[in-house]
Design a protein around this ligand. Sequence first.
Ligand SMILES: [Zn+2]
Length: 279
Amino acid sequence: MEKQIVTRATLKRAVRGLGLSGLPLCIHSSLRSFGWVDGGPDAIVDALLAEGCTVMVPSFSGAFSIPPPIHMRPPQNGCDYDLIDHTGNASVSSYTPDSPEVDHYLGAVAAAVVAWPGRSRGNNPISSFAAVGPLADQLIAGQTAVDVFAPLQALAAAGGAVVLMGVGLDNMTLLHLAEFRAGRTPFRRWARDANGAPVMAAVGGCSRGFPRLDAVLAPTRRERWVGRSRWQVFDAASVLEVAAEAIRTDPGITRCDDAECERCRDAVRGGPRLRAAGL
Ligand SMILES: [Zn+2]
């Protein structure tokens, strides 16, 4: 296969060609999908910033999860409490927005944003978002343990877009906000607050079925190849509108292929019943 080198100039041209200059963007990316990027993940962030974009990424941090305390177990919460590993909880520390940890599977660009000097990071211990650029603080400020999707709400309100760089719809966290808009309560998981006390944090559910929304989202999508990476660009507000409507109409559309998936089963039922558990 022909060797393609993606440079800052290539990236900037793509951003301009897609009409994304100056916009806030939520990026989901596979660095490997590009072939070779001159300058690595930092060059991607750098090129977007040079075009006046704000770059937001999911910066989830499963390392801060603890097992569920007995008084914080809502029913229909996408997990089997009997099967959870209750050991190893004592060594888990408290998350703060200054924490450097980020889940490896989110990729090198997400890690680059989390390591970026002056980046803003949300205050959800397990499912934070991080951002750099002119609107970073504005996007991130509203995130809390319970209001997990505030950065995505802010992205849509600011006219922003989601860019999938060589990854599929199963990476698109905005679709979890669409589930919320369709009436689902986000699942709760557990971490420690700043004082070390257990706290519940809202998180997204199973996203493996999201590619089934492909046809629904197609009218809102623009595409471009950047090196060997297929970029799919979606206007955030349009996605929320059409995806929430599709989920309301056919709740099963988000289901993944695993018939035993507890998260998909409970999401379709509406998510955790917090009030039933006095939460
Ligand atoms: Zn599932």
